[in-house]
Write a protein of this length. Structure first.
Length: 118
């Protein structure tokens, strides 16, 4: 009897799921860190940040829906693009404010004053 073992194979559906969920988990992590930043810098609780983010999404969606229903198609497209591309308010959490990777090798080191306390 001979047993052949090798590295486990990843199925195609696993790769497809991984392509969807890995960026989603990264986005959710960055968004939650921005909520934490707002809490530490401004005292805005995470619950308040969540409600403000939901309100902003609803407002942008409502604005786009009204534009689609009441204006010509070209204007509605411009309004929809503006609603999707304009940055969120400074007090609203946004994953785009958090870097996923350091911009360069030098930025990956701790700040100088922090190094003195260690």
């Amino acid at each position: 009897m001979m047993l052949a073992s090798g590295p486990p194979r990843k199925s195609e559906w696993f790769n497809a799921v991984d392509l969807v969920f890995r960026p989603l988990i990264g986005w959710a992590t960055a968004w939650s860190f921005d909520r934490l930043r707002l809490w530490l810098e401004t005292g805005q609780t995470p619950e308040r940040s969540l409600w403000q983010a939901l309100a902003e999404v609803c407002l942008r969606t409502l604005t786009t829906a009204i534009a689609i229903a009441t204006t010509p198609a070209a204007v509605a497209c411009l309004i929809g693009a503006a609603a999707a591309l304009l940055p969120p308010l400074p007090s609203t959490p946004a994953a785009r404010r958090c870097l996923r990777r350091p911009p360069d090798r030098q930025a990956a080191t701790a700040p100088h004053p922090l190094m003195e306390t260690l």
